[in-house]
Design a protein around this ligand. Structure first.
Ligand code: SF4
Ligand code: SF4
Length: 195
């Protein structure tokens, strides 16, 4: 199995088959050496280590796939790529995690502990969708409103402003309409112009 190309692995309707189809990450090539989990900086916070996520997916059992999609681990992954550098099979775990997050979100299976991470993702994307750039101040306020954590970190604000780390007025790019169209195309949501 280890010498087989990705195309030689059977693609079926299991979650690992969909991962292969959409990301070309060959879940079935993992042989459980555990090096990825040993080097992962957030493994102690995860409910399942990365190598176990791969093993659960390899089984193809619906109950295991559901556990993966409801796991906290997929939302904790930092995309640091430490695991890829250690993996003898060069399995792109962060790319797989990214796909699993999308499926988990679409199927409304997001782990309750990951709600704030999802809010941050939304605030991040909204900031880029509306201004074409990342507005630190807008992102922070948006995240605080969504998470209802308005007072947390408030003492940090004055020093961040004085060090130029927090700008009040977001910079706009010229092609904001094009940016909205790209978002509409990739997320399936209509831009203001098209409504
Ligand atoms: S990319 Fe994700 S799974 Fe891999 S080592 Fe980093 S945090 Fe862990
Ligand atoms: S390092 Fe690679 S082969 Fe080893 S367990 Fe992790 S993903 Fe599987």
């Amino acid at each position: 199995m280890s010498s087989a190309s990705n195309h030689e692995i059977h693609v079926d309707n299991s979650l690992s088959g969909l991962i292969l189809k959409h990301t070309e990450v060959p879940v079935q090539k993992c042989y459980q050496c555990g090096k990825c989990s040993a080097g992962c900086p957030v493994v102690s916070e995860m409910d399942y280590p990365p190598s176990l996520i791969l093993r659960m997916l390899q089984t193809g059992l619906p109950e295991m796939e559901e556990k993966v999609l409801r796991s906290y681990s997929i939302w904790l992954c930092l995309s640091c790529e430490q695991c890829i550098s250690r993996c003898p099979m060069e399995i792109d775990i962060p790319k797989m995690m990214d796909y699993l997050r999308q499926v988990s979100y679409k199927k409304k299976m997001v782990n309750p502990r990951a709600k704030n991470i999802v809010r941050f993702h939304k605030a991040f994307l909204d900031s880029i969708r509306t201004t074409g750039r990342l507005s630190e101040f807008g992102l922070t306020v948006d995240y605080k409103l969504r998470s209802l954590k308005m007072m947390q970190d408030l003492t940090l604000v004055p020093s961040m402003i004085s060090r130029g780390k927090l700008g009040f007025i977001p910079e706009m790019i010229k092609g904001t309409k094009e940016m909205a169209k790209i978002f509409a195309k990739t997320t399936g949501l209509k831009s203001e112009e098209e409504k």
